[in-house]
Design a protein around this ligand. Sequence first.
Ligand code: AHR
Length: 650
Amino acid sequence: MLNLKQSIITGAALSLFITAAAQNKELTIQTKKIGAPIQPTMYGLFFEDINYAADGGLYAEMIKNRSFEFPQNFMGWNTFGNVELTTQNAPFEKNPHYVRLTSANHGHKATGLENEGFFGVAYKKGEDYRFSVWAKSDKGESRIKVEFINQNNDPFEKQEIKIDSKEWKKYEVVIKSSQTVAKGKLRIFLDSKNGVDLEHISLFPVDTYKGEVNGLRKDLAQALEDINPGVFRFPGGCIVEGTDLETRYDWKKSVGPVENRPLNENRWNYTFQHRMYPDYFQSYGLGFYEYFLLSEQMGAEPLPIVSCGLACQFQNDDASAHVAVCDLDGYIQDALDLIEFANGDTTTTWGKLRADMGHPASFNLKYIGVGNEQWGSEYPERLEPFVKAIRSKYPKMQIIGSSGPNSEGKEFDYLWPEMKKLKVDLVDEHFYRSEEWFLNQGARYDKYDRKGPKVFAGEYACHPKNRKNNFMSALSEAAFMTGLERNADIVHMATYAPLFAHVEGWQWRPDMIWFDNLNSVKSINYYVQQMYGHNPGTNVLPLTMDGKSVSGQDGLFASAVLDKNTKTYIVKVANTSDKAQNLVLNFNGFAKNASAKGTKTVLISENLDVENTLDNPNAVIPVESSFSVSGNKVEVELPAKSFTMYKVTL
Ligand code: AHR
């Protein structure tokens, strides 16, 4: 008989001990029946420039409208003295506007401009910032002064730059901040009699993710890496489609020298009248090269989505808004060229550009999505020529098609068979649904056709009525995801959406990571993704209760996997009911005298509406404790409303 004292490792593990006694509920894990492999892409990330996720967010540029190309050319800028907008002999043809500063002609007057940043320019005490500008001085040497301004309008850092050439040239200085300022400004003024021309005025923290110069905000990119994503989908979302085709995401505009990437409107600027952001644009500074690089740096498979020639169907009823099927050649060529950009030899046109940008090696692209959230017959008829062209040139490329914007219903039922006919490799499903929906869908994939395309749950999130990232939404997702895991033979990818939101600039919620200009917070939903992302296993193990998979009986949801590499058995169990439940985990196949150490990680809250916020970022986080296993049965108590992961390494 078990010595109870021996089995208790920590106080937190009190509820977990080994027993041979029969229990009324037993989860049987068949440890010797090693099931389907789990794809390394299983748990990933969906990125879209919504909620200021790119400019003003992940992309670390602090200056808004740095090239004066917003339709209102001085949007984001405050000018004083003699500042003129011009395009004469512009250095960057795709961003032709720049500013000419001339003397105010009086010792007590000044010429200059200030940038308001994205909801302010934020500085951190002790941090270095790289200011850069393209400039020329037609009439001999001139000087500008760069100042960091705090919320009291005090300049607290100053740096002079001499402009010593009549030719356009890049000037750069690094300035250390002596203050932390949440909502400051950047001011530049002319400090000489001679005037100066300025273009592409930029300010980045030096300490970006992996130290890249045109880099990403470190805390935000690190949060992505910390999920251990298997796949990284970009650039969206509806942004792929655009409000009209003119404003669709055009990857070719997003590569090459950053100064010459043209501005694009952001499709989310006017979408919701109650959350309208007329200053929301895409600089394309975070472009396809940067997305591929980030994927590589995080160890995730890149998954770009390209336009199929349909502008956002929510926003365009008229057929003339879309490209006719017979006119799709340019779009198809864009998809083929993208594959060449990612993988092509450096002697190819697009492979050479990738090499010129700093990455001669292939990005090893394996997946491409065509169309985002399209529906109706207009979608398959456009997808078909893409599939033919991609298959013929790149037969190994995995192609992803869409099942529309809904998790079920007419469009969904129409598109799945169409995707099968077209033999796409994966079908992208989207579901933003209530807690009830998620808890009713635990067995969603149990009956899916095993022979057809695989599933990419490409956008999903639990939407409670108040649209908060609350605990109950995270628990519902955790419970639902046991069904993804159990069906990993056909579910090959899943990505929560959207990823980021600026607390002052969001259009859509819930979102996985929230931030302001200084700090960020990981939602409880993030921690669910992280628990799965770090513990995907390599193979599914059958797990049953009374001979059935556990997908909602008594509010319980469960799945089990084996990580062959580490010989670790991982069981994930959500108790969504209102009462604590006692269970036995029966590791069928473990020796009767098995002995091992295990860890248990619990996400739990009595307050179902609680969220992690910038002020209280750790309201609910996973808590880990250890336990020991002896024998093959482990008795556990699952608290009400909890998600628990048990790991045993033999
Ligand atoms: O994730 C937000 C939006 O939801 C995506 O852009 C779109 O694909 C879906 O409708």
